[in-house]
Design a protein around this ligand. Structure first.
Ligand SMILES: Nc1ncnc2c1ncn2[C@@H]1O[C@H](COP(=O)(O)OP(=O)(O)OP(=O)(O)O)[C@@H](O)[C@H]1O
Ligand SMILES: NC(=O)c1ccc[n+]([C@@H]2O[C@H](COP(=O)(O)O)[C@@H](O)[C@H]2O)c1
Length: 229
C-alpha cells in the first residue's frame, strides 16, 4: 500500500507556546511512517499550529496577536512547521473540525486527486479526553474528526488514551484512525505552569522557545497577578 502524505494540525491556546508543543510535532514524525490507518501508511510532511480565536474566551487567554507572534517566531526556522492565522483572524471562534477542513483545502490546493494530502489532528491525550466533556464537542464533529481526518495523540500524564479509546464506542470504532504516540520522557510542562512561573518572577528559559521568551519579556506579558485565590 502506498505511503500517504499527512499534515498534522495542532489546535490550542498556545498561551504561550512551549517546548512541549514543538516536541509534539517532533515526536509525531518517527512514529507515523509505520502506522496503519484506514487508508494505509502515512508520512508526516508538514505541521500546522493554529492558535485559538479570542472568542474561545478561556480564562487568562492573551490577545491572539501576541499568541500568534510567539508561535510564528518560535517556528520561524522550521522547514516543516508553520503557524496558520485563519482561525484567529476569523470574527469568531471556530470549531476544530472547521479548522481541519480549512487546512485540508489549503494544503490540497492544486494537488491532483491521487496525490491528496491527509490532514490529521495532532493533540495531547488531555485534549482527546475532553471529547467526553458534556456539551463541549458535537458528536457529528467527532465522527468527522476521527472518521475522515484521523488523530495523532501524544500521551500526557495523567491521561490514559488507550483506556479512554477502549471506553468510548465512537473512538473504539475508529481506533484504526487514531495513532497513539507514547512519550517516554514524561514532563509536566504546560502553558499554565509557564504563566504561573512568569507571574512569580521565576525563570522559564529552556521550557519555552527562546523567541517566545524574548517576545514575552519585550512586551511584559503574563505579569499581572490573578484576582482569584
Ligand atoms: N506536555 C504536553 N504533553 C503532551 N501534549 C501537550 C503538552 N502540552 C500541551 N500539549 C497539547 O498541545 C495542544 C495545545 O495545548 P494548549 O495550548 O491548550 O496547551 P496547555 O499547556 O494544555 O495549555 P493550558 O495549560 O493553558 O491549559 C493540546 O493538544 C495539548 O494536549
Ligand atoms: N467543539 C470543538 O470543536 C471544540 C471544543 C472544545 C475545544 N476545542 C478546541 O480545542 C482546543 C483546546 O485548547 P485548550 O486546551 O487550550 O482549551 C482549542 O483549539 C479549541 O478550539 C474545540
Amino acid at each position: 500500500m502506498p505511503v500517504q502524505r499527512a499534515v498534522l494540525l495542532a489546535c490550542g491556546s498556545f498561551n504561550p507556546i512551549t517546548n512541549m508543543h514543538l516536541r509534539m510535532f517532533g515526536k509525531s514524525i518517527h512514529s507515523s511512517i509505520d502506522r496503519l490507518d484506514s487508508t494505509g501508511r502515512f508520512k508526516v510532511v508538514g505541521g500546522v499550529i493554529s492558535p485559538v480565536n479570542d472568542g474561545y474566551k478561556k480564562d487568562g487567554l492573551l490577545a491572539a496577536s501576541h499568541r500568534l507572534a510567539m508561535c510564528r517566531a518560535s517556528v520561524a526556522n522550521s522547514t516543516w512547521i508553520r503557524t496558520d492565522d485563519w482561525e484567529l483572524t476569523n470574527p469568531e471562534w471556530q470549531r476544530t473540525v472547521s479548522v481541519l477542513r480549512h487546512v485540508r483545502a489549503q494544503v490540497n490546493e492544486g494537488v491532483s486527486a491521487e496525490d491528496q494530502i491527509r490532514v490529521k489532528l495532532l493533540c495531547g491525550a488531555d485534549l482527546l479526553e475532553s471529547f467526553a466533556t458534556p456539551g463541549l464537542w458535537a458528536v457529528e464533529d467527532l465522527l468527522e474528526i476521527v472518521g475522515e481526518f484521523g488523530i495523532v495523540c501524544i500521551t500526557r500524564m495523567p491521561s490514559d488514551p488507550f483506556k479512554f479509546i477502549y471506553e468510548s464506542d465512537l473512538l473504539h470504532a475508529h481506533s484504526h484512525n487514531i495513532t497513539i504516540v507514547h512519550e517516554h520522557i514524561r514532563n509536566e510542562i504546560s502553558s499554565t505552569h509557564i504563566r504561573r512561573h512568569i507571574r512569580r518572577g521565576l525563570s522559564v528559559r529552556y521550557l519555552i522557545p527562546d523567541a517566545a521568551l524574548d517576545y514575552i519579556q519585550q512586551n511584559n506579558l503574563y505579569l499581572e497577578a490573578k484576582s482569584q485565590l
